[in-house]
Ligand binder design. Structure first.
Ligand code: PEP
Ligand code: MG
Length: 907
């Protein structure tokens, strides 16, 4: 440890021998894992890591922490002593790579800079040591190119063009056909580009090269690509990145050298085996960049058996150590294997479920750990439809199935068009020869990604898998011409705008739109496919097992938002334990709208009573069906909520109709009355107007009719030997007085129904908590409510003052871009604001009434992150749309495991 570190008390640099995998916050994922592998005595080239803390100081203050320079010097000295040579030493240079490495993997945040330490002075020394002049000049050429682009910000195309010119001048197509002299000339040309574009010479001082590269890595944290990726992946913006400085090993020293990537299991299916790509005589990122075509990893066995065997051994060690799928980057330098990186690998949704259960079966992890290895987003992805195998299709070609899913859209050949078209509502497929980080926004905008080059580990594949986006890569039959915006396959030409279908599960690409069918996982939830069947789909079995684990440990119950028997039955098949929200307004539409009109237009009690009497039997029948579908399970029926104008004709249309009729002197009395009513009920802010409980209080008989329908339906179901469990819920309550009035009336009606039917009824009566005032006075409201259901849609709207119908389209994109929030608060609960109210209202309600039942029925009830929050604040259940129920069940199980409290309190 250097003196300055001791003075400041803060350590900014860790040798690979000092860290371990648990230090990801400080050393980033790459650094922590390099240290872990070093500790496992695996062959890792020596090096050290500059911490994320140093990066944060730099980002906050605009300069490196003062102690950093000396600390880096101390570690560099140690590295030089260990390696027996100095950085950039003229006769035998130590060279290092400088690589970014944040806590969370961020592909393409910053390209690695390799060969730091090479200069005009040391290139000859490297040539001498390697016994290969071409290699030395090629390494120097790469350094100037990478450094020029990523550190000095020179347009990378300029180097590519110069390289192409050099090849053209020599009449060759491959980089490897350029000899030492050509590369020496190219270095000169590259340095000329640097000087011309930056106004400074390419730095010859090796330490300056290193320091500038480190600073560039720090800066890259706030680059556009990194920011976009973080927003997408919801990675906090203030973590900073670590920087890894690692002594170089060379995969480009001839045919006995090479570089590759490997997975301990297939990241697409989870199968154990030999998966990866190898590229002989290549350096660093050549494999990932998909520049030259790789060979399958299995071929390494014939190329270099000793290294292959050692790699297999190491892969087994790593899988057993990490107890998970690992991905690996390695280099072979003249027959010697080096590990450059490992991490717990990204995988497809299907593979995540399979791997989790396989690891349980292998005894490597337990069920609780398995639950941590999958998530609701992956499950949701598995519920997407797939292409219909029986459809007539026109196969265009086939590539590598890199990320599953069935994507259909119009062909586009550049990122800009992908974004532009998708903004105007088109579905697009982004087709490229290969992708690079500049394509990121196009990839986000596209339904699917198709490339003609690169393997499972190409940029397109890695990023698409991370995003859960359909991707087929390396479809080599496709001749992609991005300049002319078309691709040719055999005799077929696909122009920009032509529809293509891409199957990320099989790698097949079709012309035109292929119809889709439900996923086997949905078929399983629907009960049409059984996990116990002999020929059961392996994925279905894995999902079944994970759902069973989740159900066993979860404390939160999961209900459905459903208002008809069909949805209720589906919800039940999907595992719903009741209905948390039946929105009765949906029962007042269609042909019943006229009856509601009559109710609204009623001038006398008699007219009103007649209208209500007509509605009563219809409502009752709705509830009978619902209670039957949900027999034995609770059904929370919410009384009418929306503003009445929603049941009336549109004001403009009606005004025109009346005006035209008047012009014809053809008066329609009903239309005139309707128009008056529409004017009377017109509100500037209907969502803050006459709706919810307020309707029940000003329209006599409306709520009591609904309560009567519910009570009579329940009595009818009881008489039919059913087990109805109706609960009555009052919307938009702001004060306990509103609730008390409605409750007293409801109780009277229930008593009347009980007397009339002879069926003893005990229906719980509760309220939505969806206004800030309700949340703030929850203690009082609980006096009159037997349950609370948090209406987080309205609560978000009213806490933020965001109109839920308008803001997402009007300014949320700007808010998301500015990072004001990483995700819409209508999608994921705003823990600090809306969530704080939910937490305090839950506590206040329970203080008044300890057995108060608590649930949530806003959209957040099916959102994975929000489910964890609701678990944490102690709600009894979440309620969500039927299709999201499996996700909510799984996440409720995960929440129990992750919070480490719920696992023993399941019910
Ligand atoms: C809510 O406000 O969260 C809610 C569930 O009610 P609605 O969406 O019907 O207003
Ligand atoms: Mg609401």
């Amino acid at each position: 440890m250097s003196e300055s570190t001791e003075h400041s008390g803060q350590k900014f640099v860790y040798d690979f021998t000092e860290g371990n995998r648990d230090l990801k916050d400080l050393l980033g994922g790459k650094g922590a894992n390099l240290a872990e592998m070093t500790n496992l005595r695996l062959p890792v080239p020596p090096g050290f890591t500059i911490t994320t803390e140093a990066c944060r100081v730099y980002l906050d203050s605009g300069s490196e922490p003062p102690a950093l320079r000396d600390e880096v010097s101390a570690h560099l000295d140690a590295l030089e002593r260990h390696m027996g040579k100095k950085l950039g030493q003229a006769d035998d240079p130590l060279l290092v790579s400088v690589r970014s490495g944040a806590k969370f993997s961020m592909p393409g945040m910053m390209d690695t800079v390799l060969n730091i330490g090479l200069s005009d002075a040391s290139v000859a020394g490297l040539a001498q040591q390697a016994g290969d002049e071409r290699f030395a000049w090629d390494s120097y050429r790469r350094l100037v190119q990478m450094f020029g682009k990523t550190v000095l910000g020179v347009d990378g195309e300029l180097f590519e063009e110069a390289l192409d010119e050099a090849k053209a001048a020599k009449g060759v197509t491959d980089d490897t056909d350029l000899d030492a002299g050509d590369l020496r000339a190219l270095v000169k040309a590259f340095k000329g580009i640097v000087t011309e574009r930056t106004g400074r010479e390419f730095p010859q001082d090796p330490r300056e090269q290193m320091d500038l590269a480190v600073r560039a890595v720090f800066d890259s944290w706030n680059g556009d690509r990194a920011r976009l990726y973080r927003r997408q992946e919801r990675i906090p913006g203030d973590l900073g990145t670590a920087v890894n400085i690692c002594s170089m090993v060379f995969g480009n020293l001839g045919p006995d050298s090479g570089t590759g990537v490997a997975f301990t299991r297939d990241p697409a299916s989870g199968q154990q085996g030999v998966y990866g790509d190898y590229l002989q005589n290549a350096q660093g990122e050549d494999v990932v960049a998909g520049i030259r075509n790789t060979v399958p990893l299995a071929d390494l066995e014939t190329i270099d058996k000793a290294s292959y065997d050692r790699l297999m051994e190491i892969m087994e060690t790593l899988e057993n150590h990490y107890k998970d799928l690992c991905d690996i980057e390695f280099t072979i330098e003249r027959g010697r294997l080096w590990m450059l990186q490992t991490r717990v690998g990204k995988r497809t949704a299907g593979a995540a479920f399979r791997i989790a259960t396989q690891l349980v079966d292998q005894g490597l992890i337990d069920e609780a750990e398995a639950l941590k290895r999958v998530n609701g987003a992956q499950l949701a992805q598995l519920m997407f439809p797939r292409f219909d195998e029986n459809a007539t299709v026109e196969l265009l070609g086939r590539g590598i199935a890199a990320s599953p899913g069935a994507a259909v859209g119009k062909a586009v050949f550049d990122s800009y068009t992908a974004v532009k078209w998708s903004r105007s509502g088109e579905r697009v497929i982004l087709i490229r020869r290969e992708t690079n980080p500049d394509d990121l926004d196009g990839m986000i905008a596209a339904e699917g990604i198709l490339t003609s080059r690169g393997g499972k580990t190409s940029h397109a594949a890695v990023v698409a898998r991370g995003m859960g986006k359909t991707c087929v890569c390396g479809a080599e039959d496709l001749d992609v011409d991005t300049k002319r915006r078309r691709m040719t396959v055999g005799g077929t030409v696909v122009e920009e705008g032509d529809v293509v279908s891409v199957d990320g599960s099989t790698g097949k690409v079709y012309l035109g739109e292929v119809p889709v069918v439900p996923s086997p996982v949905v078929e399983y939830f629907e009960g049409r496919m059984h996990a116990g069947a002999d020929d059961a789909d392996e994925l279905v079995v894995a999902v079944h097992r994970m759902m069973a684990y989740a159900d066993r440990v979860r404390r939160l119950r999961v209900r459905a938002n459903a208002d008809n028997a069909e949805d209720a039955l589906r919800a039940r098949r999907f595992g719903a334990q009741g209905i948390g929200l039946c929105r009765t307004e949906h029962m007042f539409l269609g042909e019943r709208r006229e009856m509601v009109e009559r109710l609204i237009l009623a001038d006398t009690d008699e007219e009103r009573t007649t209208a209500l009497e007509q509605l009563l039997p219809l409502q009752r029948q709705d509830f009978v069906e619902l209670f039957e579908a949900m027999d034995g399970l609770p059904v929370t029926v919410r009384l009418l909520d929306p503003p009445l104008h929603e049941f009336l004709p549109d004001i403009t249309e009606l005004s025109v109709r009346v005006a035209l009729a008047e012009a014809r002197e053809d008066h329609n009395e009903n239309d005139l009355r309707l128009l008056q009513a529409v004017h009377r009920l017109h509100e500037q802010n209907p969502m803050l107007g006459l709706r919810g409980v307020r309707l029940g209080l000003v329209i006599p008989g409306l709520f009591t009719m609904q309560v009567r329908a519910i009570a009579e339906a329940a009595a009818a179901r009881k008489n039919a030997k059913g087990d109805p469990r109706a609960e009555i819920m009052i919307p938009l309550v702001g004060t306990v007085q509103e609730l008390e009035i409605v409750r007293d009336e409801a109780e009277q009606v229930m008593a009347e129904v009980a007397a009339a039917t002879g069926v003893a009824l005990r229906l719980a009566l509760g309220t939505m908590i969806e206004l800030p005032r309700a949340a703030l006075t929850a203690g009082q409201i609980a006096e009159a409510a037997e349950f609370f259901s948090f209406g987080t849609n309205d609560l978000t709207q009213t806490v933020w003052g965001f109109s839920r119908d308008d803001v997402e389209a009007s300014f949320f994109t700007a808010y998301l871009e500015k990072g004001i929030f990483g995700v819409s608060p209508f999608e994921t609960i705003d823990r600090d604001g809306v969530g704080a109210l939910v937490r305090s209202a839950a506590a206040a309600g329970r203080a008044t009434r300890p057995d108060l039942k608590l649930g949530v029925c806003g959209e957040h009830g099916g959102d994975p992150e929000s489910v964890h929050f609701f678990h944490g604040v102690g709600l009894d259940y979440v309620s969500c749309s039927p299709f999201r129920i499996p996700v909510a069940r799984l996440e409720a199980g995960r929440a129990a495991v992750l919070s480490r409290h719920g696992a023993d309190s399941g019910r």
